[in-house]
Design a protein around this ligand. Structure first.
Ligand code: MRU
Length: 340
């Protein structure tokens, strides 16, 4: 396969490398992701993370394995193992469905390579279109709040919600971005803060619990988040803590926007209740770990509840900003995301 590089994926000499998102921002470290076991391990550990990126990394690996001579059955096994690596973000399943169609072709090796490259290219274009559509909603002098990480690290392009924020910044319309640190794994504090710093976008990092008082003081003009799955009725699964922001935004009369590519839509999923929510290890809540080491503060054997995502009901969302443009609540209510 040709050499290619995005912010966090790198193919060179027919090998796949991923930028370790657990090491950032303290260290910029590329890791080998050349077997199903290695990539699934990286996905579980969130070294590869973000809805679009998970699907793209899995698709690239499958194409590389095909080039290395794995037969159709072995590739199908690999595909199904990758599909099961994380349950909530539907981009993984959507991308792998397309790879499965390529695998069914007679000449499946070039078909898989072409499809993986197409998915990468398409994701870049989808991000660009989301950024263009979304930035039109950002008024001059905006103070925006975002949660988790939705930037170039999580996609092959400029990102989703963070792509919008960056475009709006380039248009001179962003006064400040409040970055939720995003407990428990700190994607905001580690990754979004780092990306905004690199992009030169003005930001202030806050703990998740500070959003309410900022809104009450009138210091947030809009909330922008990404999505891991959008159900047919417009309900959105995204990083845990998103739902609380949506409730707060509604209470304070602040617009709440979800930015995502078409690959995040799941017309087969009727509503948020049907979205599978990943449960994660207790250790993520009893302490914190990273390139700085590990700290545990909770008592040994503390009982923990740790869902990685929550569901924001469609009724709390002001607009779904997709690559096809801004979809309004009225359009969603009349079945825009439903199966045709
Ligand atoms: O657990 P993560 O870090 O993979 O969760 C990521 C999110 O929830 C993002 O908001 C979502 O995937 C959109 S990324 C463009």
């Amino acid at each position: 396969m040709q050499t290619l590089q995005t912010t966090s994926l790198w193919v060179r000499d027919n090998q796949l490398f991923i930028l370790d998102q657990q090491a950032l921002p303290q260290a910029s470290r590329w890791l080998d992701a050349n077997s199903v076991e290695a990539l699934v391990g990286h996905i579980h550990a969130l070294r590869v993370r973000g809805a679009p990126l998970i699907g793209l990394s899995a698709s690239l690996l499958l194409a590389l394995l095909a080039e290395r001579g794995l037969n159709r059955d072995a590739l199908l096994n690999a595909l199904e193992t990758l599909r099961a690596s994380r349950p909530t973000a539907v981009n993984l399943m959507n991308n792998l469905d397309r790879m499965k169609l390529a695998l069914a072709q007679e000449d499946f090796v070039p078909a898989l390579v072409a499809e993986a490259l197409r998915l990468i290219d398409e994701d870049k274009q989808l991000c660009e279109r989301i950024a263009i559509a979304g930035s039109q909603l950002v008024k001059p002098g905006s103070r925006l709040l975002t949660h988790c990480n939705t930037g170039g690290l999580a996609t092959a392009g400029v990102g989703t919600a963070l792509g919008v924020i960056n475009f709006a910044h380039q248009q001179g319309n962003v006064a400040n971005v409040w970055v939720d640190e995003t407990r428990p794994l700190l994607q905001g504090g580690r990754l979004t803060a780092w990306e905004l710093g690199e992009l030169g976008v003005p930001y202030q990092l806050i703990t998740d619990s500070m959003a309410a008082s900022l809104m009450a003081k009138g210091r947030v003009d809009a909330v922008w988040v990404g999505a891991d799955r959008i159900a047919a009725n417009g309900d959105v699964a995204n990083k845990i803590g998103t739902y609380s922001l949506a409730v707060l935004a509604k209470f304070h009369g602040i617009p709440f926007y979800v930015a995502a590519p078409q690959t995040t839509l799941d017309p087969n999923c009727p509503n948020g209740e049907a979205i599978p929510i990943e449960q994660r290890a207790a250790a993520e809540v009893t302490g914190v770990a990273g390139s700085f080491g590990e700290v545990q503060w909770a008592p040994e054997n503390a009982r923990v509840y740790n869902p990685a995502f929550d569901v924001t009901p469609a009724a709390l969302i002001s607009g779904w900003v997709l690559d096809i443009g801004v979809v309004t609540p009225a359009e969603v209510a009349t079945g825009k995301f439903a199966k045709r």
